[in-house]
Design a protein around this ligand. Structure first.
Ligand code: NDP
Ligand code: 2IT
Length: 451
């Protein structure tokens, strides 16, 4: 991103203020910097936003909640965790965003995720504000009853801050259909109301078809849109995917259906490289391993006799298409260089902010197709929005109807990125996504006056 010296000066001033007010919150600083780099030049052309100090207001969350969550494990020992909900911005709709249960979470991580969610939700065109939350709880190696007790303890506190017109949580790392069901059941009991206050619910109690698949499918659709615009296609392209959770599984499924070859998947212990490609049958085995047996990806290498690389990430494996689908900052400068040297032509982020700031600049300088998470993984929250619509109508749409809507939403996001990020033949999808996401929220904030 080329900035004039006065723009660079404004950016430095803005960032040093933000860092002073939010000390040590590195992920939050990173997310705001990658946004502000593209928005500060845009503000120069649109002084109305600047006079109203929209960027300063947007980078201060509406509200940050932290709370204690206490529960008893199966041995009767008392466990204490910290719960969070960052309600970042509700200018264009009620707060909406996932819950993450992972021992590594911090306030900085929830602030970066909540900030990103505001613009992602804006891009979907649906009326949703942005939020994120979760807890320091580690669901690994816990019994079903322990997971249930934790979810109930978490909702006992969070329930007073959420509601169908206030804040609608969903899943994220460590929170899938099982956890959402426990939380929804307890929320219903506490409030004595059957509302659509959580999304990602089971199909028998207000859930939507395609929600489970939506984030991964959406990332694959966005990849397809990018390649089509560039005159290519995903057909027969080698894909490197990281992660083996919800997003990775369905990104892999859709890429296989579209005729690409998926050669890697990973978890926090390492990655597998299957040179023959992971086909539908092998992927079904991975889904059973991860969703039912809760095993490790290394077992794939034993089962299907391929290479396993403990402690490593898959970015040195040659490919044309890359989908980071595990977690933040999982793809660094050296990984970006290796991808480009090995012929990678496009990267779509299934995870939130998986690429470090330095690696983003390497992709952009090399002018490969790179679409950031707020555009590429918006399919999940988009179908959450459609789950809310169906709950409000007390109706359920068919799989075909929802898949068509998801495809349309992803094409629309692609179009918005092109409109605002086109620079000659090249499209800077980061710039396009940031400006398009920003404008809708900013215009609503301007209309409200000083609030
Ligand atoms: P899951 O919990 O289903 O899967 C997470 C995957 O990432 C697992 O393979 C996990 O490995 C790996 N992983 C998690 N943390 C780390 C870590 N610190 N280091 C290395 N690997 C890690 O989560 P999701 O698939 O739902 O989420 C993945 C990403 O996608 C996240 O960034 C999330 O924010 C984002 N996302 C999710 C959406 C959704 O609808 N679920 C929507 C939009 C974005 P292991 O099992 O070993 O921990
Ligand atoms: O990061 C995300 O967009 C999600 N985890 C999904 C949020 C949602 O409300 O469906």
């Amino acid at each position: 991103m080329e900035l004039s010296s006065s723009q660079q000066e404004s950016l430095n001033r803005f960032m040093s203020g933000l860092q002073r007010r939010n000390p040590g919150e590195h992920e939050f600083h990173q997310a705001v910097l990658e946004f502000a780099e593209t928005i500060i030049p845009f503000l120069d052309e649109n002084p109305g936003y600047q006079e109203a100090r929209i960027l300063e207001r947007m980078t201060e969350p509406d509200r940050v909640l932290t709370f204690r969550v206490c529960w008893e494990d199966d041995k009767g020992a008392v466990r204490v965790h910290r719960g969070y909900r960052v309600q970042f911005n509700n200018a264009i709709g009620p707060y909406k965003g996932g819950l993450r249960f992972h021992p590594s979470v911090t306030l900085s991580i929830f602030k970066f995720l909540g900030f990103e969610q505001v613009f992602k939700n804006s891009l979907t065109t649906l009326p949703m504000g942005g939020a994120k939350g979760g807890a320091t709880f580690n669901p690994k190696n816990k019994s079903e009853r322990e997971i249930m007790r934790f979810c109930q303890a978490f909702i006992t506190e969070l329930h007073r801050h959420i509601g169908p017109y206030t804040d609608i949580p969903a899943g994220d790392i460590g929170v899938g259909g099982r956890e959402i069901s426990y939380m929804f059941g307890h929320y219903k009991r506490l409030t004595n109301q059957f509302t659509g206050t959580l999304t990602g619910k089971g199909l028998a109690f207000g859930g939507s078809l395609i929600r489970t698949e939506a984030t991964g499918y959406g990332a694959a659709y966005l990849m397809e849109n990018m390649l089509t615009r560039a005159g290519g296609s995903v057909w027969k392209k080698d894909c490197v995917i990281s992660g083996s959770g919800n997003v990775a599984q369905y990104a892999a499924e859709k890429m296989i259906q579209l005729g690409a070859k998926v050669v890697t998947m990973s978890d926090s212990d390492g990655f597998i490289h299957d040179k023959d490609g992971i086909d539908e049958e092998k992927l079904a085995w991975v889904m059973d391993l991860k969703n039912n047996r809760r095993g490790r990806i290394s077992e794939y290498a034993e089962k299907f006799e391929c290479d396993y690389f403990p402690g490593e990430r898959p970015w040195k494996v040659p490919c044309q298409l890359a989908f980071p689908c595990a977690t933040q900052n999982e793809l660094d400068e050296d990984d970006a260089k290796a991808l480009i040297e090995n012929g990678c032509m496009a990267v779509a982020e299934g995870a939130n902010m998986p690429t470090t700031a330095e690696a983003v600049h390497i992709f952009e300088n090399a002018k490969i197709l790179y679409v950031p998470s707020k555009a590429a993984n918006a399919g999940g929250v988009a179908v959450s929005g459609l789950e809310m619509t169906q709950n409000s109508m007390r109706l359920s749409w068919t799989r075909e109807e929802l898949d068509t809507r998801l495809r349309d939403i992803m094409s629309n996001i692609h179009r918005q990125c092109v409109t605002h990020g086109e620079d000659g033949d090249y499209v800077n999808y980061r710039k396009g996504a940031n400006i398009a996401g920003f404008m809708k929220v900013a215009d609503a904030m301007l209309a409200y006056g000083v609030v």
